[in-house]
Write a protein that binds this ligand. Structure first.
Ligand SMILES: NC(=O)c1ccc[n+]([C@@H]2O[C@H](COP(=O)([O-])OP(=O)(O)OC[C@H]3O[C@@H](n4cnc5c(N)ncnc54)[C@H](O)[C@@H]3O)[C@@H](O)[C@H]2O)c1
Length: 360
């Protein structure tokens, strides 16, 4: 089978991560890079592919069969539209765009042109997340009552040497918690309303360093997500899942999901239930079963899926509308934190048909 030729739009930190993954994947090959940064030229040369300053020129001259967009969020929509206009299937990094308002024209353009649009919420390909969803969706926990999720770690001081990372919009809510919000939607169903409070008391940059978010899921469950990038703590997906070798793994959980019949701790996949189903209640012993799944690199699985999508053999597992719903929740969180109000999310009206995250 001929490998799918892929044009990389944006070869910064995550674009290069995609290139690394592609090197190990025979279903695809890197065809070219588009990135105006001077260091991208040397990087492209070392990868043995041409480098272009403008992505339009790369798409027109190289005519890759597919494109990955790993440029800054603001460019996702215009670069995606350029792909849609040329009939080039795309993998757009998360978040789908900087705002839902700019994501919608991209989604419409791709749909109009019949061009596949996959969004890089790669954790959905992680077997742990897939198993958690399967358990919850199969009803093993009964009716979901409450969810407690954590994203706490300590970002290095040098991370903030780039001025844009200190500004609103570049903080842990949009950059990091968007993943957790997508996970929670995927596992527990749609989010119908949010409240939030943010703080920048520790780093004192304009951007938040800490946030507490309250959710109401469409199925009625309530949830919280505690976010802090200034916490010397192990409770985040990055520091507990072992998904990315860049981060040391701690044998802890970051999501606790409780229901009327049982509870699940993720990523350790600990399923808590009463030993005797007939004898339930607060005086009865609970048992803990640790479920196992075969490990799988979600980025490798995602690129394989993207190749199948580009060849027309699969439908995108994370569609533009689905990803826009996660972004909509993020925007509601930011608005709720700014105003102190509860934000209702009418995604059906604003974004339309979804998705793999239907309410429980
Ligand atoms: N899925 C994940 O877990 C994950 C992790 C990190 C980043 N990301 C996403 O990847 C994207 C890039 O993030 P990053 O951390 O690699 O940022 P980065 O700043 O390291 O890289 C962005 C690159 O885009 C390039 N760029 C700027 N303007 C461009 C243009 N007009 N055309 C092409 N390239 C252009 C920059 O020169 C830079 O090399 C963001 O959308 C981010 O949210 C996703």
């Amino acid at each position: 089978m001929t490998p799918v030729s892929i044009g990389m739009i944006g070869a910064g930190w995550f674009g290069r991560k995609h290139v690394e993954v592609m090197r190990r994947e025979p279903a695809c090959r890197l065809a070219a890079i588009a990135d105006p940064a001077p260091e991208a030229r040397a990087y492209a040369q070392s990868a043995g592919v041409p480098c272009f300053e403008r992505y339009e020129e790369m798409l027109d001259r190289v005519k890759p069969r597919a494109a990955i967009i790993a440029a800054p969020n603001l460019l996702h929509a215009p670069a995606g539209m350029a792909c849609a206009e040329r009939g080039i299937p795309m993998l757009v990094e998360k978040p789908i765009a900087d705002t839902v308002e700019s994501a919608m024209p991209l989604i419409a353009a791709a749909e109009r042109a019949g061009v596949a649009l996959l969004v890089g919420h790669h954790r959905r390909y992680n077997p742990i997340i897939a198993k958690a969803r399967e358990i919850v969706r199969a009803g093993a926990l009964g009716r979901i009552t409450a969810v407690s999720a954590q994203w706490m770690l300590l970002k290095a001081d040098e991370y903030f040497s780039a001025a844009h990372r200190r500004l609103p919009g570049a903080g842990p809510i949009l950059t990091n918690a968007v993943h957790d919000i997508d996970d929670l939607r995927f596992i527990c169903g749609e989010i119908a309303s949010v409240q939030a409070m943010t703080s920048h008391a520790v780093r004192q940059y304009p951007v938040e360093d800490t946030a507490v978010i309250v959710f109401r899921f469409a199925g009625g469950a309530l949830g919280t997500l505690t976010v802090s990038d200034t916490a010397a703590a192990p409770w985040s997906w990055e520091l507990t899942s072992g998904e990315n070798p860049f981060y040391p793994r701690n044998d802890e959980n970051c999501y606790l999901i409780s229901g009327t019949e049982g509870a699940l701790a993720v990523p350790r996949l600990e399923l808590w239930r009463y030993r005797e189903q007939a004898e339930k209640g607060w005086t009865q012993p609970l048992s803990r079963e640790r479920l196992s799944v075969e490990a799988g690199d979600p980025l490798a699985r995602q690129i394989r899926h993207f190749c199948a999508v580009a060849r027309g053999e699969a439908e995108p597992a994370v569609t533009g509308r689905d990803a826009a719903r996660s972004l909509r929740v993020v925007q509601a969180v930011l608005e709720a934190a700014k105003t102190g109000y509860t934000f209702e999310i009418d995604a059906e009206r604003e974004i339309g048909e979804s998705c793999s995250c239907l309410s429980l």
